[in-house]
Design a protein around this ligand. Structure first.
Ligand code: FAD
Length: 520
């Protein structure tokens, strides 16, 4: 069944497609059912067809892009840009608004620059983590990349979504330095010092003369990002891989209070990951081997499984980056701090520059983390509920307790982790695994997610990132000042994209005619 952009007749859309074909070449305009199906979300928490695209276009560069936008504006065709389109758990390559046309930017895949002296790179949207790693290796570069746990995605797409890696450069949005963006009317803009012809400083300094606009184009639909500058980390002299096991459920608040000063003072100088008991029992077994009864795996059964392997209720892992002597000092401070928690154990691995790399260093590229999605049944899917929480023991405990209780209430395993991504924030990742073809299961996950939005709103906690299905729910949580912030976003959107053609509905921001959001 053909899918049309909302409000467009078949004839008008057919005319627009013909114009797209003559603009960028027929082979780069995808309209068959098979081609369109490849842009569905394999992990959708409901009917994939709710987010089906009408077609997909693959421009070769900014010249094609400008022609596409001119046609899209003329015919009011909504377009949804993706870089690699591997946004698994949050929508993959599918659009928020059914009937949007995907702008697949994979062909724009040049690594334009790697500056060994300044430790920076300038890349296009179609550069994946595999590509960047291969290029750094080919050059025998002295710079390291920070990537997410799977490497299929785009360096730009991931940074735009505020993605996470596991080095000191692991808060990827913070490594952005300078962008080139195309506005909805086809204007090409370079942010920061990129606005000066011949600048040597575009990738050097994030705070230009005037407003710093890079952030405006992350998690937004205000423009299409066509180039991005990034900071890369100089290879460290050494690394330590730290695993800490904390024995009791009730140690949680104390563990957070121990971690906070270590992270704030940069003793722990990269994001840490905390896994609760349910998250730890996944390794090396199927869910059916763990539990065959109804509902969520009960806490007692989970604790039995932990005990079999001698695991504590909480597992904490992170890597440290420094010279060998400085690592010794960091490790000593961490050991001393965790001595405050009775029974906490710590194990450490070490690496020094020149030695072969090992998997715990997380410098390899690969896809293996994606295997976990079948934990809840096949064909599996997963998404997560991701509140951002101050790393203060009492606050983190308040949020954790609500999430665990609700997961159990809704019959879902509370598979909860947290990332100490920045020095002052914990991002929870409460994963919901489901069998994608089981309508009751996916409906339960949606209800759980919305229940948690309500719970978090009551205590003033917002979200990091969501699946397409929940973008309106997440934005509605920002109620202060009569929704002043969402309304401001919609005003900026209306000014930059009056026809509302760029990614309508992205993060709940819109100027698509006729929608409530467009009238803000
Ligand atoms: C098992 C598993 C593990 C994961 N681990 C991690 C992890 O460790 N860290 C992490 O960060 N994520 C993780 N993810 C989530 C996700 O898969 C990655 O973040 C992935 O890198 C995002 O896909 P992408 O980079 O291809 O972005 P894309 O899909 O290309 O882009 C994401 C979105 O950004 C916007 N966008 C993209 N490009 C542009 C552009 N050029 N202009 C304007 N807007 C644009 C669009 O709205 C698009 O839908 C994980 C997912 C799974 C299932």
């Amino acid at each position: 069944m053909p899918v049309l952009p909302p409000g467009l007749s078949q004839e008008t859309f057919a005319r627009a497609l013909d114009e797209f074909r003559s603009a960028i070449g027929g082979e780069w305009v995808f309209t068959s059912d098979v081609d369109r199906a490849s842009y569905l979300d394999p992990f959708d928490i409901g009917e994939q067809d709710d987010h089906a695209c009408a077609a997909a276009l693959a421009p070769a560069g900014v010249y094609d892009l400008r022609r596409i936008l001119e046609i899209a504006n003329r015919h009011r065709v909504p377009v949804w840009p993706v870089s690699m389109g591997k946004n698994f758990a949050y929508g993959t390559a599918a659009p928020e608004m059914r009937g949007s046309v995907i702008l697949d930017l994979k062909r724009m895949n040049r690594i334009l620059e790697i500056d060994e002296v300044m430790g920076t790179a300038l890349v296009e949207p179609g550069v994946s983590f595999f590509d960047l790693k291969a290029e750094l290796d080919r050059r025998q570069s002295g710079l390291w990349m920070s990537g997410p746990s799977h490497s299929w995605g785009s360096v730009i797409g991931n940074a735009l979504e505020h993605g996470v890696g596991y080095t000191p450069y692991g808060q990827h949005a913070e490594t952005i330095c300078g962008m080139e963006v195309m506005l909805a009317d086809g204007t090409l803009v370079r942010t920061g010092f990129g606005a000066l012809a011949g600048s040597r400083e575009w990738q050097a300094f994030r705070w230009p003369f005037g407003p710093a606009l890079d952030g405006l184009f992350t998690q937004s639909n205000f423009a299409i990002v066509t180039k991005m500058g990034l900071w890369l980390m100089p290879e460290p002299e050494g690394m330590a891989g730290v695993s800490i096991s904390v024995p009791r459920r009730d140690d949680y608040a104390e563990m957070i209070d121990v971690l906070r000063p270590l992270r704030m003072t940069d003793v722990i100088n990269a994001p840490y990951t905390i896994a609760n008991g349910w998250r730890q029992i996944t390794g090396g077994r199927t869910r059916g081997e763990a539990w065959q009864g109804p509902g969520a795996i009960p806490r007692g059964r989970m604790e039995e499984l932990l005990a079999e392997r001698g695991q504590g209720w909480w597992s904490l892992i992170f890597n440290l980056f420094d010279s060998p002597a400085a690592l010794d000092i960091r490790l000593e401070k961490i050991r001393a701090a965790f001595a405050a928690i009775p029974g906490a154990t710590m194990s450490v691995r070490r690496w020094e520059k020149g030695q072969p790399q090992e998997s715990w260093m997380r410098q390899e590229v690969g896809l293996s983390p994606l295997g976990v999605v079948d934990w809840g049944g096949s064909p599996g899917g997963h998404s997560d509920f991701g509140p951002v929480v101050a790393p203060i023991g009492a606050r983190a405990e308040q949020v954790y307790a609500i999430i665990e209780r609700r997961f159990l209430e809704y019959g879902k395993d509370p598979w909860i982790g947290m990332f100490g991504i920045s020095s002052r924030a914990l991002i929870f990742v409460a994963d919901m695994f489901f069998t994608r073809t089981d309508a009751e299961d996916t409906a339960r996950c949606r209800a759980l997610f919305r229940q948690l939005c309500q719970d978090m709103t009551e205590i003033g906690v917002g979200l990091y990132r969501t699946h397409l299905r929940f973008m309106d729910d997440a934005v509605a949580m920002h109620g202060w000042g009569d929704q002043a912030l969402p309304r401001l976003n919609n005003r900026i959107k209306a000014a930059l994209d009056p026809n509302g053609i760029l990614a309508p509905g992205k993060q709940g921001i819109d100027s698509w005619p006729g929608t409530e959001r467009s009238e803000a």
